[in-house]
Design a protein around this ligand. Structure first.
Ligand code: 5RP
Length: 280
């Protein structure tokens, strides 16, 4: 479910900071939501100024916005994203990696496969999205006819499903893929990976909004970590940078993982781990 709160100014700074990291010639996964929209507009301005990029949108809304902003588009049939910029409804950090909940805009199915295809994912979020642990709300996109049996299976897993209602239309939200969304409330999520696997295994589920252990694959490969604390102004480092890898796949050589550990007014305390070298 989309969270209220979080200023548009903080979202704008996060989105624009992420767009700044895109370099000439890159293919960019274009996330969905208010924060990602700021990144798309900023990319449009950069294209006007001469930047050569192509975007792969994750929703009808991000495609329309990219067109308006003048970002040239491509598809996964022709290219893979070097980098993806996407928002989140919740971000929890753990030793295993970053766990996200997405799908407040009902775009999580396309977001998941576009974000997963990218070499690097920048999750852009205002500070209200950061949490110790995930609260328990998980959007699940379902095939319309499967809704009753998926709802039963979610209840069997301890969740309470609610059909997401449209706001300016009578009836339910229909996703860009023609499906419905069940917002499933769990009493806390102790085991995000286990819940993600259980939800994926329910016949009729198209995709759920748990993005588990983002950055984990890279972190496991790395040795020689040097934690350091640094204080950065919100307008300079609002991006929770999940992973930055030079090279592709097995050729990872460097990784920066940083997370916001404290917010003091508009100053974020960033814990940054610099890793170098591969665990062979
Ligand atoms: C859409 C999403 C969005 O990225 C998420 O809802 C965050 O949106 P916003 O930046 O507007 O808070 O997952 O499905």
């Amino acid at each position: 479910m989309k969270r209220s709160g979080g200023s548009d100014e903080a979202k704008r700074r996060a989105g624009e900071a992420a767009a700044d990291r895109v370099t000439d010639g890159q293919v960019v996964g274009l996330g969905t939501g208010g924060t990602a929209a700021h990144a798309i507009r900023a990319l449009g301005r950069a294209v006007d100024a001469g930047l050569d990029v192509r975007g792969i949108p994750t929703s009808v809304a991000s495609r329309e916005l990219a067109r308006e902003a003048g970002v040239p588009l491509t598809t996964l049939a022709d290219a893979r994203p070097d980098i993806a910029i996407d928002g989140a409804d919740e971000i929890a950090t753990s030793d295993a990696g970053f766990d996200l909940v997405k799908g407040g805009g009902a775009a999580h199915a396309r977001e998941k496969y576009v974000d997963s295809a990218a070499d690097e994912l920048l999750v852009v979020a205002d500070p209200t999205k950061l949490a110790e642990t995930l609260a328990g709300q998980v959007p699940v996109e379902v095939l319309p006819d499967a809704r009753p049996v998926v709802a039963d299976a979610v209840r069997g897993r301890g969740g309470e499903p609610t059909l997401r209602a449209a706001e300016r239309k009578d009836g339910p939200v229909v996703t860009d893929n023609g499906n419905l969304v069940l917002d499933c409330a769990f009493e806390g999520i102790d085991d995000p990976a286990g819940l993600a696997a259980d939800l994926s295994a329910i016949p009729g589920v198209v995709e759920h909004g748990l993005f588990v252990g983002v950055g984990k694959r890279q972190r496991r490969k790395i040795r020689g970590s040097t934690p350091e604390l640094q204080v950065a102004r919100l307008d300079r480092l609002p991006v929770v940078r999940v992973g930055a890898a030079r090279g592709v796949g097995e050729d990872l050589v460097d990784l920066v993982v940083q997370r916001v550990v404290e917010v003091r007014g508009d100053v974020h305390v960033i814990e940054r781990f610099l890793h170098s070298g591969l665990d062979d």
